[in-house]
Design a protein around this ligand. Sequence first.
Ligand SMILES: [Zn+2]
Length: 639
Amino acid sequence: MDPRMGRIQTIPHMASWCQRLGHQPPTLLGNWVISRQRYWGTPLPVWTCRDCGEHTVVGSRAELEKIAVGHPRKFELHRNGVDQIETRCKCGGKARREPDVLDGWLDSGVASWAGLDYPPNLKNLRAWWPADAIVEAHDQTRGWFYNQLVSSILVFNKTPYNAVLMHGHTLDQDGEKMSKSKGNFVSPEDVIGKHGRDALRFYTLQATVWDDFRFSWNAVETAARDLQIVWNVFSFATLYMNLDKFNPTKWARGKLVKSFHPEDKWLLSRTETLVNDVSVHMERLEIHLAVRALREFVIEDLSRWYIRLVRRRFWLEKTSRDKLAAYTVLHHALRSWLGLAAPAMPFLTETIYRGAFRSTEHLGPDSIHMTNWPSMDEKWTNKRLEEDMRIVQHIADATASARQSKKIKLRQPVSTILIVANKPIVKRAVKTLRELLLLQANAKEVRLVSLTEEERLKKLIVEPNFKALGPAFRGEANKIAERLRSLDGRQLMRAFEEEGHFIIKLDEKDYKITSEMVSLKEETPENHALGNFDEGRVYVDLTIPTELVREGFVREVIRRLQEMRKRLDLPVDAFVDAYVSASNPEKLGWLEDERNYMMEEVRAKTFLLLRTDQPRPLAGLEEDWKIERENFHMGISHQ
Ligand SMILES: [Zn+2]
């Protein structure tokens, strides 16, 4: 590779073209016809003498004026201006300009310094040249990337840019070129009109930069939904922080170390990791990886995880350290994220910054786009905890999908989940974050089981294979098959392993069964739902004891009352009066037992439990709800 190319940083996927060029010094790349017979363009600055044929190359307007035989006081440096000007040759003859113009690609090739007014201005060139990076699509490999490189090497013996980022073309959903005549053309304005600038930007930036980009309306909608989640996360956090007049400058992370829960320490570490990852990706121009990391952090780590874990702490007393710790950690995470996300969603981040952060950052600039890029603080990182939490997240996801497969709602607590922990890392994660896992999986107990124990849980079904049974036993094959189906597959497996065969006794006769005659199929144990995750498997015990059925029912009722609060659009700290009317006295008894808990969850000052024959008070909102096919009438009023 040409040593002059050595310092150009390229993205791995497209380094090859650079190397291809690099193997051939630009000076050996062959001739380039730099003139064109056009009217528009930069006039070729060459004057040729009519007498002796001498060529004079003119470097500037001043030079031209100096050797001109006469010129208008004002003239343009286009053909209409310079074509009439004749110059005096050394021989005394008159010279005329060569009528051609320069190839437009030559103009573009010198743009990096012509744009800095060099020559004559050397100061700008020294300050700004060469460029940090150049960005263009892959059709510019032999175009702009190349012209600039060749021109710069010829003039300065130096590359004009330090990094190259090459992006793909925008195509339609099926990979076809967009065109108005084909009817598959989508303009940025269409997308912006429907979903806004940030959604378009956030969506496109997640696509792998150097691949062609296939536009999809569904994907824009997803991006817009994600932005809505971002907005919700910030609204939720700032709503509570404002209610409590939380002052982030007063509560630095260091002051609350003793009050941190495992999830707080985890989020602090995740935040530092995010700062580091996004910064590194941006430096490497891997913008899509940076933006995907930002998305994952806010959607998965904040919205679906941390906020769900700390929600209840937000209800504690204003002065509770427990609550302040959660505020501090969340505030730091959100503020760091905001700074990192600003280039990817400039409008949303600016609105949030001005609305929620600017007032507490007294020395901060007016715009998020003028703030410093967040820097990583190694002190708060804990890779081990991040790893443990990732596994707990995977287990919780697997538990949720296991529940779903048997239609058990997440609100229904289950007694036990069993986790197959043949991997030490799974064992460690469950032990370290046990309480948190129970909360997220909505289970009362978690048990780690070995592979052997898992085997015992499962059934091994025997399926006869007639292709092998038929020829061996002919008329008796059906009888034998029926017997095989009734057996425990484990018995057969053991016999195959130890003896190489299994003997069936039927009507005083022995039949030798070999492994080809059957197939053994695993079946998930009855009363258990299985969920898989990267590091293992989880079984949810579906036997739900009465007390958990009661607990699940209470939660169902709470959820509906909360839904009604939402429909009334009540402030989060508002109190209500509520009642539930039902015909089933047993269910009313269950609610009565949990009265205090329910009032706390719904923020109720009064809470009536009524039989259907009892009169109901007037309420601001009344609803009929069905829970497990039973009717409940509920009412709620703002206090
Ligand atoms: Zn001459």
